[in-house]
Design a protein around this ligand. Structure first.
Ligand code: SF4
Ligand code: SF4
Length: 297
């Protein structure tokens, strides 16, 4: 079931149809065509689970498919920005590039963004476009900060006699690209099943907060980064997606709520408290919210 309500800036829930007919608040939070585009993007009419749905927790996807829920139109707008980036490529594909084609297999379906000569003259390059935060790009590039000694010593105060330090950027950290990697590798798998050979894979990440001071503080100084993605074995992909698709089908058939999503899927619980659209229908999210409240007292 796609989302049925919008969350207004004051936190009230409004059925999407009612919002599109007339705004229940003092003034509209966005232009009407923007809200219509957001509403349209929420129901893509795809039956089976998609690659991105299977990368999310099984409980999240189950709840989104079976219960009515509300979304903040402003957050959905970010994914529409992503689609707008796709649109600018449409007239520039030069016949040697394929784009935006949905491929299926017996487990799932996925729509890749770009495939072909997308970097230079090398054939078989698969690319995915992301519009994302400087935080996500910093993690994906393995950027972190480290204290290095300046050669000076504190002459007074609590730190007297201790060496002074300053923070410098390092670029050799662990690259946190797991979800991008799994997604792109499954598109590769679908393309290879359709007899296209994929040589290399890349993410083109557009930073949505690039002009802010926080981006520079995270070592993100450019608006766009091209990030290479490595191959994952087909055996692993089949096992991962196959197991999750099976659990989801089982839950839908028996109408039983699957186990809570894993710590990795919930970003150590942060997603349950603030970002998961299914959280209002999820007992685990409510338990976590209660615990947080009790801790704050
Ligand atoms: S336009 Fe915005 S503020 Fe008005 S009802 Fe819709 S979501 Fe709420
Ligand atoms: S609130 Fe957390 S556990 Fe519940 S569906 Fe969302 S991500 Fe999964």
């Amino acid at each position: 079931m796609p989302a049925t309500k919008f969350i207004c800036p004051n936190g009230e829930r409004v059925p999407i149809k009612e919002c599109l007919n007339s705004c229940k608040q003092k003034e509209r939070c966005m232009f009407l065509p923007t809200l219509r585009a957001i509403a349209k993007s929420l129901d893509r009419g795809i039956k089976g689970p998609t690659v991105t749905e299977l990368i999310s927790g099984v409980r999240e996807t189950y709840l989104k498919k079976t219960t009515s829920y509300a979304v903040n139109p402003q957050s959905v707008l970010y994914s529409l920005h992503g689609q707008a980036v796709h649109t600018i490529h449409e007239d520039n594909m030069d016949g040697e590039i394929l784009g935006e084609i949905r491929l299926n297999d017996k487990i799932t379906s996925g729509k890749f963004d770009l495939f072909g000569k997308i970097i230079d003259n090398e054939e078989g390059v698969l690319g995915d476009l992301k519009v994302t935060s400087s935080y996500k790009i910093m993690k994906a590039l393995g950027i972190y900060k480290e204290d290095v000694e300046t050669g000076e010593i504190y002459k007074s105060g609590l730190k007297k006699g201790q060496p002074k330090t300053r923070k410098i950027f390092r670029y050799d950290g662990v690259r946190h690209v797991w979800d991008w990697s799994v997604q792109l590798n499954y598109y590769r798998r679908l393309l290879e099943e359709a007899e296209f050979h994929v040589q290399r894979m890349f993410i083109q990440a557009l930073c949505r907060d690039n002009s802010l001071k926080t981006a520079a503080e995270r070592g993100i100084t450019k608006p766009v980064y091209i990030i290479p993605i490595h191959r994952i074995s087909n055996h692993w992909l089949d096992k991962y997606f196959g197991t999750k698709a099976k659990l989801l089908q089982q839950a839908i058939r028996t109408k039983r709520l699957p186990s809570p999503c894993s710590l990795k899927e919930t970003w150590e619980g942060k997603k349950c408290l603030e970002y998961c659209d299914a959280r209002e229908n999820c007992p685990h999210a409510q338990e976590l919210a209660l615990l947080k409240e009790q801790k704050a007292i």
